[in-house]
Design a protein. Structure first.
Length: 118
């Protein structure tokens, strides 16, 4: 499966953005079982988990984003979303969409840059 992420941009602190990840080549029956997630990486820092959502729609969040970010999925459209509210400069980074299948094979999408100004 290939992943395409978009929706990043420049936003002021306190603002919101919604990131979208789409798997254009997938079909619903292959996309639905995937565990999907978002990671981020800022310059000079290691890549970190932001949020995941399973095929059963169980979600998991990094402590730093709990209560501010919401991950969701639309299997019929083969999309995963990351709604980001109350953004802070610490949320700045390149956000990557990731998919994991039942064999633990992981696919990374290209990143989308989020910049939060103070």
């Amino acid at each position: 499966v290939q992943l395409q992420a978009f929706g990043g941009g420049l936003v002021q602190a306190g603002g919101s953005l919604r990131l979208t990840c789409v798997a254009p080549g997938a079909i619903t029956s292959t996309f639905g079982p995937l565990e999907m997630g978002w990671h981020r990486q800022d310059q000079g820092k290691s890549r970190e988990l932001v949020a995941t959502i399973t095929s059963a729609r169980t979600t998991n969040y990094a402590d730093a984003v709990k209560g501010r970010f919401t991950i969701s999925r639309d299997n019929s459209r083969k999309r995963v979303y990351l709604q980001m509210n109350s953004l802070t400069p610490e949320d700045t980074g390149t956000y990557y969409c990731v998919a994991r299948d039942s064999s633990d094979e992981i696919v990374w999408g290209q990143g989308t840059l989020v910049t939060v100004s103070s």
